[in-house]
Structure formats: C-alpha cells, structure tokens
Design a protein around this ligand. Structure first.
Ligand code: SF4
Length: 310
C-alpha cells in the first residue's frame, strides 16, 4: 500500500473546520493507504511556546476527537509527533540545507505574522515550521499528503528540500504529491477563516447547548438589521454552515426566506445549530467512551518506528 501522512496541531480543541476539511478525508483515505496520522505537538509550540501548560491534555483530547470521528487504530497509525524523535532529528538535518529566502517567501509565514499580533512569532521555530513539516512528510517517504489549498506552498517547499537533499547526498527521498481536500473552508464565528489562532471556532466536543450559544453569536449579513430586510445568504457565514450541515429542503427554504425578509436570523441560527448537533451527536457518544487510558493504549509510536525501519 502507498503511504500517506498528515498531522494536526493540538493547539486547542478540534473544530468543525478541521473535522469537515481534514479529518473526514482522513477517515475515507485510511482504507486505501497505509496511513500515518500524527498529533503535531512540536508544531503547536511555534505559537504557544510561552505557555505550553495545556499541551499534554490537549493532545489527549485531540486523540479522543480523532478516534471518535472514525480514525480506526486497526487501520491507521496515530501517534504524538514528539514521541518519534526522528521527526526532530531530520528537521535539524534539513535546517542545515534549507536556504533562508525559501522560508521567508512562504505566504503563510507573512500572513500569520500580520494576523496574529498578540504573540511574538519572530522566532526561528515559526520561520522554520515548514522545515519541520518537510521532515514529518519525508521521514515516511509518503507518496501522498492530504492538504488544504493554503498548505500547497509548504508541500512545494517539502519537494524542494527533498530535491536539494537528494542532489547533495543520494536519491533517498521521493517527492510527495498533494491530495487537495475537496472541501470549502468553513468560516469562523466572526466570518474569517475558522482557526484556533483566531479564537473563532466551534469545537466538535462542544455540548449541544454550547453549539447553540456559539451559533447564536455568529456574524450574519451585516446589511440586515430587521427581520423584514431582504438578506444576502451568499455573504452570511451562517448560510455557509447550512450548505454543509442542513438538508437540501432547509437550505432552499432558508435561502428563499432570507432573500424575501421572511425569516429572522435568530430562527435561522436555531435551525443551523440543530443541523450541526444532529451530525455531532454520534461523535459525542463515541467520544464519551474514550478514556485517557484507552487513548494511551491506542497510540502507536512503537509501530511507527518499525514501519519506517528504525
Ligand atoms: S436569515 Fe440566516 S442566512 Fe439570512 S442573514 Fe440571517 S442568519 Fe444569514
């Protein structure tokens, strides 16, 4: 079987954007690839290095989210990145050969520095994040990496690092191809991209009451003040959620009623929250069955080592 590798950061709880965008895809792919999924605890230190006190528990909670979402320990290998020291070792080797301008031109580097003002991201760790990502991928000689479109420059950098290493030393690392996740990114509560860094997420471990409250706080069409004002669902983040979580009948009705000024945003949000809760209910049930101990038993860093021949 071809190998596939992908990771997710435990910076906070897994949110609907991760769930719909990446994890659903992982669950589908695990039956066709020899899959390695890791909880990228070292990566999360790039942004939470000042206070990593929650990291240990966040890793466990994220593993519960992944198992509850359908990652099957009998089909896939799930592990903590820091449990496999070879990720860090290969990162050091790649750091030696990666030209600085390659890192400085990565678009997400500048974007995040501009967007996340409340943290000091002027560190080597943050700049070198894509080098660690290259090590994460190339260590497994993976043929495929499921990525969102915003991660494509990182994957291209991984290929460049592989080429440079192979040119200097020996043809060791294959160049991985991308598998673009065919799913539109979910807006966050404030209309920006849903991201833990922005604090605008809906965690999948939220109770139904919490989902109701979070959806109620969402931004809507700003031009709509009264219920009778004609709305523009195309610019409303709540409608983006309807398109993903609601039935086609509800989507059509909401769209028509919003445009005609016949439905209030509060009622519309209640329907939206109900649709999200319907999909999260079985995940919540499965998640409740995963104890910390069961997670520790199901993580497989030992199996990773043998799979990569260490
Ligand atoms: S009715 Fe619904 S879709 Fe229309 S603006 Fe309000 S929340 Fe958005």
């Amino acid at each position: 079987m071809d190998r596939l590798v992908s990771g997710i950061q435990p910076t906070g709880k897994m949110h609907l954007g991760n769930w719909m965008g990446a994890v659903h895809n992982w669950v589908k792919l695990q039956s066709t690839f020899r899959s390695f999924f890791f909880i990228a605890d070292l990566h999360s230190l790039t942004t939470i290095y000042e206070d990593p006190s929650q990291l240990r528990q966040h890793r466990i909670e994220l593993a519960k989210d992944l198992f509850a979402s359908g990652i099957d320990p009998n089909m896939s290998t799930l592990f903590f990145q820091s449990d496999v020291a070879e990720h860090s070792e290969l990162h050091v080797v790649f750091s030696m050969i990666t030209p600085l301008p390659w890192l400085e031109r990565v678009p997400t580097y500048k974007d995040k520095i501009d967007e996340i003002r409340e943290k000091d991201l002027n560190t080597y760790g943050f700049l070198g994040y894509p080098v660690l990502q290259a090590a994460d991928i190339l260590l497994y000689k993976a043929s495929a990496v499921p990525v969102g479109k915003d991660q494509l420059p990182h994957l291209e950098l991984t290929r460049e690092i592989a080429r440079r290493f192979n040119h200097f030393y020996a043809p060791i690392f294959p160049e991985p191809s991308d598998m673009i996740t065919d799913f539109p990114s979910l807006p966050g509560l404030d209309g920006r991209k849903m991201s833990k860094s922005y604090g605008n997420t809906i965690p999948i471990s939220s109770s139904s009451h919490e989902v109701n409250d979070l959806v109620r706080s969402m931004l809507t069409d700003p031009a709509r003040v009264r219920k009778t004002d004609p709305g523009h669902p195309a610019v409303c983040p709540v409608f983006s959620y309807h398109k993903i979580f609601s039935t086609s009948e509800v989507i059509s009705a909401v769209e028509a009623e919003c445009k005609a000024g016949q439905i209030g945003c509060i009622a519309c949000k209640q329907q939206c929250a109900a649709a999200i809760n319907l999909q999260l209910d079985p995940v919540r049930e499965r998640r409740d069955q995963w104890t910390d101990h069961a997670v520790a038993e199901a993580l497989q860093s030992g199996e990773v080592r043998s799979a990569i021949g260490l």
